[in-house]
Design a binder for this molecule. Sequence first.
Ligand code: SF4
Length: 347
Amino acid sequence: MLAEANYSGMSGASGATPLVSARGISKHFVLHETLLARYLAGAKDRAVRAVDGVSLDVYPGETLSLVGESGCGKSTLGRTIVGLYEPTSGQVMFDGRPLSGPDALPRASLRRQAQIIFQNPYSSLNPRHTVRQILGVALAARGVPTRERGAETIALLRRVGLSVEHIDRYPHQFSGGQRQRIGVARALATRPRFVVADEPLSSLDVSVQAQIINLLQELQEDLGLAYLFITHDLRVVYHISHRVAVMYLGQVVEVAPTDELFENPLHPYTQALLSAIPSIERHRRRRRIILDGTVPTPIDPPLGCRFHPRCPRRAHRCEEDPPELEQVAEGPGSRSHLVRCHLAASH
Ligand code: SF4
């Protein structure tokens, strides 16, 4: 195994430096428990360790997909990276500026440059506001004068495949796919450089999913957007991502370019995830790996390697010694292959 990954100063394949860098991000949610529960826990405040020490880069114009089972911390990490949650520890840098501290990027600037598309477009759109009002709020955040917002709103609607007739309708008057298009338009209204797409397809029919994927890819090509694409659908990941990061129980366990990850997954958890998608033709012969047990609770994660209770390859060392995320293949930042496993080098 090569030396531990040194993220600082890494360059992407295109020579780019990261647009977004998360360094040692943790996000813990303290539980407000009853006295009895606290007594049973030894009178200590317990916390859900949703994200624990994650470092990750997103490069300009790329799609980095974040995958893993429900509850692994994907959405919490995405929301922390765009500033919706304060990290418990660690730092997020946007275009070289920290999001907190004396030199912090102003919140208004972050809100313009970094946007999020939510999983459920219906609950994320104000049901009492028309499309004109919903997009008007986002345009105001960009400083667009009132007299210009009508024309900008129409341009945004056209950009996402809707039309001028939709401008004074309410969210309930649209289909699920159309509502997600409004969510995309709202994200675009501030002219962002970075968008977190948090399971944007999971509430949509398969045929509509393809339309939204195409729309997001077109926008990336035209506008040079960088996406952090959060999903559990590995077939979508395979088709849209430049790189993939795999999360397990609050930690990133593997990061690699998409072709490298699908051809040569090194972490046993990634291998198990990929073994469940036989429909990607050239990976059809992969043996299905069924993991034992359920995901442990993030309130009290296992000692040593967090994956060891379910790992088919665990060794004695894995129960006590937590592995670091280490670089196993040389390459500039966006081509690096990083794995958190003691045995990855002997794969
Ligand atoms: Fe499995 Fe050990 Fe690797 Fe963890 S460190 S993934 S338990 S082999």
